[in-house]
Design a protein around this ligand. Structure first.
Ligand code: FES
Ligand code: FE2
Length: 349
């Protein structure tokens, strides 16, 4: 499958790459190994030995180098072969492994998957979800057996909150809510829903008044290529002009394709200081969201992926309704970016 490659992707959580251990994961159909050098800095290499193509994660770390588990060739963090224990101990220039640029930010490991120079300014700004944020951050991860664009459709079309997450994150009463789709000043696609005087869904009730009284509710979801999302949603007393210091959160949703039909999904909610969930309520909040994502979205998305099989999405001639406005624009934008990237690749070649 084709992906946007010249971009930063969230590979895993920082804490998953522990000193002295090799962590490996498939990203954009490519096997990758991660490890820490002795000074703690991260390294990421293609998880394939150039000698006989076995996964390097079956080998072991020797200082700042990784030793292939099959015949013992050693590679440094730049992917150069620096040790051959056999025969004349000659090192072949061509015995090289691709090394990926990596960065750590917001508790995540970011990896640059393309051949263009890695541009640090293109790591998305999730500052509110960082360690020094004044917001209370509740985060999670899911592996989903569905193509990342099906998941992006899901996130950009929050009308599904009213049905799939009925009672938890939305209510069918909110169907027909006013929807606005536009592009912001930074070229990010944004889709907003406004649902005045409606039933309060359970997750919002938990962080608001806990009285199940009607509320005005809003959701806003922003997308930026390749697959970063920012959520802003919450509730407030009907007819109140502004949001209060609680009853809402800023969401982080980051999709990283594993393969064409599986996705690594990192998500987090940043709750404003007025919320201050105690440990019990934080667990309840995290569990409700986990339930929504793992038992509702994931189940639906995996069933959707199974129904689609290997078919190309547009070739299936999906019916398009008003709620599909943002997802359809997002898909067209991704397709255009992939075409542009491939055309540039051809020019360079
Ligand atoms: S396969 Fe890695 S050293 Fe032979
Ligand atoms: Fe959902």
């Amino acid at each position: 499958m084709n992906f946007i490659r010249n971009a930063w992707y969230a590979a895993c959580r920082s804490q998953q790459v522990r000193g002295g251990e090799i962590f490996h994961r498939i990203l954009l159909d490519e096997p990758v190994v991660f490890y820490r050098k002795q000074d703690g800095a991260l390294a990421a290499l293609r998880d394939r030995c150039p000698h006989r193509f076995v996964p390097l994660h079956l080998g072991k770390l020797q200082g700042d180098e990784i030793e292939c588990g099959y015949h013992g060739l050693r590679f440094d963090c730049a992917g150069r072969c620096v040790g051959n224990p056999h025969g004349d101990e000659k090192i072949l220039e061509v015995a090289k492994v691709h090394a990926y640029p990596v960065q750590e930010l917001y508790g995540l490991v970011w990896i640059w998957m393309g051949d263009a120079p890695a541009d640090l300014t293109r790591i998305p700004d999730y500052g509110l979800h960082g360690a020094d944020s004044s917001y209370q951050v509740v985060s999670g991860y899911l592996h989903v057996g569905a193509n990342y664009l099906l998941m992006a459709d899901n996130l950009l079309d929050l009308s599904h909150l009213m049905y799939l997450h009925d009672g938890l994150l939305g209510d069918p009463e909110q169907a027909g809510a006013e929807q606005v789709v536009e592009e912001d000043e930074e070229g990010r696609l944004v889709c907003r829903h406004w649902m005045p005087n409606s039933k309060v869904p359970a997750v919002f009730d938990l962080i608001y008044r806990r009285d199940q009284q009607p509320v005005d509710m809003w959701t806003e979801i922003r997308w930026m290529a390749p697959s970063y999302f920012w959520f802003d949603g919450g509730v407030r007393a009907p007819r109140l002009e502004e949001r209060e210091d609680h009853g809402w959160w800023y969401g982080q949703h980051i999709l990283t394709p594993e393969t064409g039909s599986t996705t690594h999904y990192h998500f987090a909610a940043a709750l404003p200081s007025g919320t201050r969930l105690n440990e019990v309520d934080e667990t309840k909040f995290a569990e409700m969201r986990r339930f929504a994502f793992a038992e509702q979205d994931k189940v639906m998305l995996e069933a959707q992926q199974a129904a689609l099989g290997d078919s190309e999405f547009w070739a299936m001639k999906p019916s398009l309704f008003s709620v599909d406005a943002a997802p359809a624009r997002m898909r067209r934008a991704v397709e255009r970016l992939i075409r542009e990237e491939q055309a540039q690749g051809r020019v360079q070649a």
